[in-house]
Design a protein around this ligand. Structure first.
Ligand code: ASC
Length: 128
């Protein structure tokens, strides 16, 4: 377990950084800023699905203080935060599955749903 809140904050931020990189590359392909490359996209989607399971553990009590953009509201509305995190994980898993199948319409939908789970949580629980 984490020695101090600082370690938990760094742990979850490390995962979020990797998620942002992988998701951002998919976003570039989805928006036509770079060519869609099915294998790369599927690899990134698989990465995000695995990484989506990491941050949750880092939101320990007391880790709203320090070098973090996480709002104290997370710990006040804990059940809602947990549910939103779970929805993100589910959407990321679906995206990884459809990315491996390769149907463009399914990929578009699953990508949009995953992005909405990112934003839906940030809007409420992340400092802007
Ligand atoms: C990103 C990123 C986010 C999400 C969000 C999706 O690339 O860094 O936080 O996508 O903007 O709506």
């Amino acid at each position: 377990n984490f020695e101090e809140p600082k370690d938990a904050i760094e742990y979850r931020q490390s995962a979020f950084g990797l998620i942002a990189y992988n998701f951002g590359d998919m976003a570039a392909m989805m928006k036509g800023k770079k060519p869609f490359e099915a294998e790369t996209f599927a690899m990134r989607a698989t990465n995000v699905a695995a990484l989506s399971k990491i941050p949750f553990e880092g939101f320990i009590d007391g880790s709203d203080k320090g070098n973090t953009e996480a709002l104290a509201k997370i710990w006040q509305d804990r059940a809602d935060f947990d549910a939103k995190m779970k929805t993100f994980q589910e959407n990321a898993a679906i995206l990884a599955t459809v990315a491996q199948k390769g149907d463009q319409a399914e990929i578009k939908q699953a990508f949009a749903d995953t992005g909405k789970s990112c934003k839906g949580c940030h809007d409420v629980y992340k400092k802007d």
